[in-house]
Design a binder for this molecule. Structure first.
Ligand code: ADP
Length: 264
């Protein structure tokens, strides 16, 4: 469709009952996508109607982690998203041939996101999760414009350097007037396989530091929603397309993620 025929984003309309969470991080590789898919799967398992937009356009990885290997179909002029484990999901990777890279500038990203939000038939969702790219780039700004009511969920590791960057990513909420729902600390130590003692591979305290910093910056309480340990089962779950909250819900990472999902 032409640019003049843009549909409105249903989630941004007054009276929309869908809670929208934009999952953000400062750096890549901190587990933002893993957290997104596990929260989505946990909420769907709890009976909620859940959708995920893979808005990490260049680094899209959500469909694989959710095991969503179906293709979107077109019905009239709407896109029907595939679903997996009860979660509807859309990703740019579903529209690019093979593993071709996405080589776009900012305005194209905005347009893609607009279509993911308005031209995809989501139905009545209880929750929509957006997996943002790391950092404070075009997409974060587009999300704020297209869905101003989206609340930001910040993922960080315990490491000082990662926490500083994560705090910057979260603090765009001040400019965009968005609410920050909380901070999730991921990779918070690893139980030693021999003696079970916790090894703080990435240090400690990053989640609390980000939450305190953001509380000061935005002038409203930003809580730490939970900490997730390093857990091989979480990585395996992502690789196999079955999030750990489903494949091993009582594992340390699985139970931590389920507890966070309960708070949203
Ligand atoms: P991001 O979205 O921030 O780039 P990913 O979710 O893709 O990060 O995670 C990066 C890698 O780290 C993935 O291979 C993922 O399986 C792994 N990973 C993330 N969190 C954990 C964890 N708590 N324990 C073990 N592996 C993890």
């Amino acid at each position: 469709r032409g640019n003049n025929a843009e549909r409105e984003v249903p989630f941004a309309q007054p009276g929309s009952l869908t809670r929208v969470y934009a999952v953000a991080s400062g750096k890549g590789g901190v587990g933002k996508s893993s957290v997104t898919v596990n929260l989505a799967a946990a909420m769907a398992a709890d009976g909620l109607k859940v959708g995920v937009v893979d808005a990490d356009i260049y680094g899209h990885s959500v469909p694989r982690m959710l095991g969503a290997d179906g293709k979107p179909t077109q019905v009239e002029n709407m896109i029907m998203p595939p679903s997996s484990h009860g979660v509807k999901v859309i990703s740019i990777g579903m529209f690019t041939p093979g593993n071709a890279p996405v080589v776009w500038r900012g305005p194209m990203l905005h347009r893609a996101l607009q279509q993911f939000l308005a031209d995809v038939y989501w139905g009545d969702l209880d929750v929509l999760l957006l997996d943002l790219p790391p950092g404070t780039g075009d997409i974060a700004i587009s999300v704020a414009q297209l869905v101003p009511n989206a609340e930001i969920l910040v993922v960080t590791t315990p490491q000082q350097a990662a926490a500083e960057v994560a705090e910057r990513a979260g603090s765009i909420a001040v400019q965009t007037h968005q609410k920050i729902v909380g901070v999730v600390e991921n990779m918070s130590g690893m139980p030693c396989p021999h003696c079970d003692e916790m090894v703080d591979v990435f240090g400690s305290g990053g989640g609390a530091r980000v939450a305190e910093g953001l509380t000061r910056t935005v002038g409203a309480e930003v809580p730490v929603l939970g900490s997730i340990p390093i857990d091989v089962r979480l990585r395996e779950g992502g690789d196999e397309g079955k999030p750990v909250v489903l494949s091993d819900p009582d594992s340390p990472a699985g139970s931590a993620l389920r507890a966070i999902a309960q708070k949203l």
